[in-house]
Design a binder for this molecule. Structure first.
Ligand code: 5RP
Length: 223
């Protein structure tokens, strides 16, 4: 396993240690969350009883492959702990998510959760957000107008195979190349005012705990 995957696994498994019998757990999306779902599956096999809510079709499939059947979010009630990855996180507990395209469901699950834990490898902890392209979910109808409005942010429509990438809701993702985000809150508000923008990958003040995988263990930031 390479260094990055080792760090992802360490952070994911540390988060799963916190899960207790009877909890409702949010399952994020991505390659770091893969290790968390796998570990949760092992604990469930050993007798841990939990309910889960998934943030994407891919995480639902993964959970099922490890013997976990997620509930629909509207039948699950309040989620105790949501475990998710991030593409970038800063020490103010702000971050960029959506590299895997699941930002809308991820934000909804996060906002339904009492506690949000991010699991990241050490490269993702940054002093300033924005080096990672910011994903923005946009409805397909009239997307060219939204693209034009966002032109100043150097957008790229995310592609897959030979067509547009589509989210689990059938929407498009525009990746904005910002390099630096001086004021995440103001940018988020500006983007969300554009009709046709469904959600942004800016997660501001949502995470409570960030678990950073390091080569020989984990560093835990608590808000
Ligand atoms: C998916 C996400 C992921 O959490 C984020 O992209 C991190 O993924 P990975 O753990 O694979 O690096 O926001 O929408």
């Amino acid at each position: 396993m390479n260094q990055k995957d080792t760090e992802k696994k360490l952070s994911a498994e540390k988060a799963v240690e916190i899960i207790e019998y009877g909890m409702t757990v949010g399952l994020g999306t991505g390659s770091t969350v893969y290790f968390a779902i796998k570990k949760l599956g092992e604990r469930v096999k050993d007798g841990l009883k939990i309910k889960t809510v998934s943030t994407s079709n891919s995480s639902t499939d993964l959970a099922r492959s490890f013997g976990i059947e997620p509930l629909s979010i509207d039948n699950a009630g309040i989620i105790d702990i949501n475990i998710d990855g991030a593409d970038e996180a800063d020490r103010s507990f702000n971050g960029i998510k959506g590299g895997g395209g699941a930002l809308l469901f991820e934000k909804i699950v996060a906002l339904n959760s009492k506690k949000n834990i991010w699991i990241i490898d050490s490269d993702k902890l940054v002093n300033q957000l924005g080096n990672y392209p910011l994903p923005v979910e946009v409805i397909p109808f009239g997307y060219k107008r939204v693209f034009g409005i966002l032109k100043k942010y150097d957008p790229a429509v995310r592609m897959k195979d030979d067509g547009f990438y589509k989210t689990d809701s059938g929407n498009l993702i525009f990746d904005l190349h910002l390099n630096k985000i001086e004021d995440p809150q103001t940018l988020d508000a500006e983007l969300k005012q554009i009709t046709g923008v469904v959600e942004t990958g800016l997660f501001i003040g949502i995470a409570d705990t960030i678990i950073i995988g390091r080569k020989d263990g984990t560093e835990i930031l608590i808000k």
